[in-house]
Design a protein around this ligand. Structure first.
Ligand code: ACM
Length: 261
């Protein structure tokens, strides 16, 4: 299964331009699944919910998401792409699984980071596992990394590959994902952005270093910090089905939930 990521620098408030950038960069890739950053169409650092809604996409009426669906059909592939999702006056920090027939699933970020709490409604859809060419994938977004329950839930539901669109500003996530992959024995793609959103309310710098981790915490690839990067590699998703960490320890069967809160 050919999987990977596209790391780039979305321009704030320029959804059409960002969409064109994605379509151009991926117009001739050969892959089953590519993961893109969080809020890849709109940029990140909104000042309030009204501004967030201005640059949001209604999935039922979005030329940008339609353009990504057309690319998925043309290349016979799937994307996981972060976007700002408008539903009436509700706005979610979402990620869509897009395939040749259009949007197959939308995940809405459950753990909002910092000022996102003033710009988005919290996610209201349970963590879900979807199939892409028989590979089982689970989606979480960026700051969900700080809640181990997010990935645990997806892997307990059968996910073999975690897709994590990100706009990371803290420096801990990339290393933390190595531990998550040891404790869950799962593939993880963190697709991060780079660059800076300079806004009247302040400035945020994003850390790049998108990466792909294999079950057991092996770092297969990490991109540079501040540069565009397309990375694709072949993985065998069933490698994630073996949960044995020693001959006598299954990381899921050995859990003792009666002792946990
Ligand atoms: C983040 O969740 N975008 C830090």
């Amino acid at each position: 299964m050919k999987v990977g990521f596209f790391q780039f620098r979305p321009l704030f408030g320029k959804p059409e331009q960002n969409c064109k950038k994605i379509v151009t960069a991926l117009s001739d890739v050969d892959a089953d699944l590519i993961v893109l950053p969080e809020l890849a169409l709109s940029g990140y650092y909104f000042k309030d919910k009204d501004e967030t809604l201005t640059y949001a996409e209604d999935p039922d009426n979005s030329r940008n998401l339609d353009a990504l669906s057309a690319l998925a059909a043309q290349r016979n592939m799937h994307f996981v792409v972060g976007f700002s999702e408008k539903r009436g006056q509700q706005c979610y920090n979402s990620a869509a699984l897009i395939g040749p027939n259009g949007i197959e699933h939308i995940y809405r970020k459950i753990h909002l980071f910092n000022e996102e709490k003033f710009c988005f409604d919290p996610g209201d859809i349970p963590f879900t596992v979807n199939e892409v060419n028989r590979m089982k994938i689970g989606i979480m977004i960026c700051f969900d990394w700080a809640f181990p329950e997010a990935m645990r839930t997806l892997v307990a539901k059968g996910a073999q590959l975690i897709c994590q669109p990100s706009n990371l500003v803290l420096t801990f996530c990339q290393e933390t994902m190595l531990a998550r992959s040891i404790e869950n024995r799962v593939f993880i793609i963190t697709a991060n952005r780079y660059g800076e959103d300079k806004r009247p309310q302040g400035s945020l710098k994003f850390t790049g270093k998108s990466q792909l981790v294999a079950p057991g915490g092996a770092l297969l690839h990490r991109a540079a910090s501040q540069r565009d990067a397309v990375f694709i590699t072949d993985i065998n998703p069933v490698d994630a089905d073996n949960k044995m960490i020693t001959k006598h320890n299954d990381l899921f069967k050995d859990r003792r939930p009666e002792f946990y809160i």
